[in-house]
Design a binder for this molecule. Sequence first.
Ligand code: SF4
Length: 683
Amino acid sequence: MYQYRRRLTREVAFGKIALGGYQPIRVESMTNTHTMDTHATVQQCRRLYEAGCEIIRLTVPTEKDAENLGAIRDQLRRDRIDTPLVADIHFSARAAMKAVEFVENIRVNPGNYAAKQKFSVEDYTDAEYREELEHVHEEFAPLVEKARKYGASMRIGTNHGSLSDRVVSRYGNSPEGMVEAALEFARICEELGYYDLLFSMKSSNVRVMIQAYRLLVRKADEELRYAYPLHLGVTEAGDGDEGRVKSAMGIGALLEDGLGDTIRVSLTEDPVNEVPVGFAIVKKYNDFHLVKGDRGRLPLKQVVESRNLAAEQAASMQEDLPFDPFTYQRRPSALIDIAGVTVGSDKLPRVETAVRTPLASHEEVFEELVQRLAPEKPLDAIRSEFAEIRVAAENDLALLDDLLKRLGDAGRFVSAVTADTAIFISLLDKVSKARLEIVEGEMLGTDFLKHLAGSHRAVMELSFVHEQSGESVPAEVLASLAEKLRKQGVENLMFSIVSEREVFTCRKLVQVFKNRSLDYPLVVRFRGRASGRLENLIEGSIQAGTLFCDGIGDMLSLETSLPADDEINLAFNILQGARVRMSKTEFISCPGCGRTYFDLEHATAAIKVRTGHLKGLKIGIMGCIVNGPGEMADADFGYVGAGKNRISLYVGRECVEENIPESEAVDRLIGLIRDRGKWVEAR
Ligand code: SF4
């Protein structure tokens, strides 16, 4: 919860490589060609190999595709490409039985392997449930035996969007159902003495995905013989920045927890684009072990023996945790008002970005403030609701006055930051939000604290700048300050920490505040240290997104080297990815694979252009039916591949237009949105 430590798992073989155990976290991708098209598939595998992809997955819809895996593998090996291959199986046990002869790993989906999946909510009696499980056992056991014979490992890959009717009837479309679906298959494997397993628990909803993986670890560690490796991924994450942000948040939140042995970033783009994003996500965690070695990680045998003990300890610690890792609940906080904008309690998390130009460059700062605050846009548009400027010296105060005067009404959304207590006191009557940076080791005198009592124009934010090790320091210092100020009756107060390890330090702050019944609103701050665009996107999404997914944070404040518009978009993408603030249409689009028979990338782009302004509306765009109806439960409208250049349209889980030509489908989708009263014209 408060420091990084990777969960040690059983090492599982993947041809020339292994994953889990002490192996680095691997980066995977998946082809989107038709597996019967040997040439195109080999070409794409080569491109993935050249991009550094460590494991390549191919879809295997039929037995014929499975047979063609042999030709693909042989060609790749002749070309000296020995990247491990994974066969991706849905529905077909026959395809699985053939594919396992040619690949290093086979992925089965427990939601549709030998199970009913009509997406109907039927009631199963205990006897019917047992009967279906026995049928699963009969169908699945031969595959397990064959995987053992051919030396292939297996991923039990659960998808939130494709749970079996059996599981949904008993557990709902929930993290509990996802976990139980996987455990039913894992029990069969262990019964047969087969242990070369890994798990995945994917969902397009980042919060559901995080909770499902955590719950799986909790339950599997209580029950199964080994701690099996985890393959992490956010499914149907979409494309562009949104897809990268969602993937980084979901995968990164779990990596921060120490969970995950291999990852796949799913983008509705060329799969080659997934590889650098994957490496950017895992770099920090793999580097950690390069620097620190395996210190702090238990040998496997001890891990296995201590598993039950760990589970007991975790259960007893639960009450003292800063948040519930398995269920979303927003941290309760007080409501405050900044320049007419409410913050905290159940209000939408607010967005602040920082102006990096020094105040001395007066004109540039003015222009940047206007760009960030965009006073011409409506208040609920994608814009920085507050823009922070640094006031470093006394001389800056006059420059600040001048700027505020020039900005007129927009000036009330300027917040100021300083590390100087005297300047801070001056700021309290100038701006609507003033932040004091408290540097480690600095003492704030009683006289200074007295100045903070009484009425001021500004809401105060006390911010601990934490560059050292030792996570408890900033939390304890800020909690003591908060208690003193509470005694003085100070209410318009917020707290934050500026740290490279924002996730851990903020969690500690929440826990300490919770123990002392302090409900001041918290600002999640991300200060980008990298210069690259992708690195800022990834690290910001991991550090800030993890906290918001766990219900922590009333305001998001970014300070990165990104251009202003990019930075503001990143903030809104993080809040939307965590589903705490919807500011645009939510697109749930799969990456496509050999089951896709229409131009998915093109269709996604066309739908985005026409519907991107429908704030809060969720549109699912699926290459095929596999995850379609299940994910549609989470979407308002769906556009799902139904065959060669044919599309079916959904409203929620109901298919309302079946098998229509692709050339008409986008227009018909727009018509459907209009008919259902969800259309608004773009402003
Ligand atoms: S939903 Fe998309 S990625 Fe998943 S199997 Fe269907 S086409 Fe392939």
